[in-house]
Write a protein of this length. Sequence first.
Lengths: 224, 243
Amino acid sequence: MNLLRQALLVAGKDLRIEARSRVALNQVVPFGIVVLVLFAFALDPDRGLLPRVAPGLFWVTVLLAGLLAISRVFAVEGDNGVRDALRLSGLDGAAIFAGKAMAIAVQLLALEAVLGVGVVVLYDLHPHDPLVVVVTSLVATGGLAAAGTLYGVLAAGLRVRETLFPLLVLPVVAPVMLGATRAWEAAISGTPSEAWPWVELLGVFAVIYVTMGWLAFGPLLEET
Amino acid sequence: MSWFARRGTVVLGALAAAGLAALLVLGLFVSPPDFTQRDAVRLMYLHVPAAWVAYLAFGVTSLASTLYLWRRTRSMAWDILAGASAELGVLFTGLTLLLGSLWGKPVWNVWWAWDARLVSTAVLFFLYLGYLALRRIPADPAVRAKRCAIAALAAFLDVPVVHFSVNWWRTLHQQATVFNPALNPTIHGTMASALLSGVVAFTLLYLYLLERRYRLAVLEERLDERLLEAAIAERRAEAGVVG
């Protein structure tokens, strides 16, 4: 079985669990929307401030809700000895990493789609350049999923995982938050040429953490 | 600990103390006040060396983590060294931020500015704070060492990305004074020597503290082993097993 098929197998498993339990749909997505509403409460929506800061608020919300989704993917592993089963399955560590990262990426993209509609509707946001918005989101999601998966397994199985994971991962993904926000702002203000350097930076981030996860995941799974 | 090693530590500590004393004299009395910043410029002699030591410490952590991960050089010593150095790195990064804030108030008239170097230093601080939190969690030593080594490298690889992203975002901080692109120091002679003595003194202090922290971690581990052995012996005695 080649690596891609193995990865798809793992991704399929994670997404199937998600489709059946509907935690992301019933809890994570509503949580994100509540956060968007709370931002509107905090920043008086009538003064035109919201559309200007909408990209930043969008990405902060994606990060907060995304953390929940990623934690969930690794919490599922803790039950019923799934970690041991994965190790015994003979699947390649790199493929397991790729599969889990893919499953997380799919969930994050779905979350972003819903929250994207949310910021358009709630914050009155008009993207001038949808292509930049979409490309930025895809590349940023790749980086978030890779870094999230790597740190997820670093914190997995530890007693204080819920509190440790955000502390570990948030400073690491700070550049993603920054880059994606600036790229979105460029797309919204109608200056897409300013967005591409940021997209490149997001790409570099994604490549670093995909490589890192690809190499480190096998050894990390082996040990415990 | 051998007599030689113990003597070495004492000498290192004495050198660090002497360096700090020299820095005190050079920084407070010999070097002139700055034309625009007046006496506030003296904070530079602490701020810049602290930042240098922070980078040095994180560099050592990364190197030690790599050596741990590489099978041929794998040894718990590298793990302990990485942890000890990261602790000092976080300490000196915190010190850099604090001193910078104290310097920023009289010079920029703000405690904090959203300038590139400030923000990336703050992110660096939190990156390694997370690493230390990961280290502190009780787990099997070999498991923890491997996880921490990978976490240290993942954090280290993030540093250039953070640096670039924040730099594009905004820049207000004064340009590097000594290592500017032309490598032509734009600084008064005695000020430069005060700064240099600060860098030397802080580096010596770092090495001294690193040695102490490393030693302490080794002793802690040995104590744990001994307590465990004692506990096992006690249980055996209770059960009446001989040997």
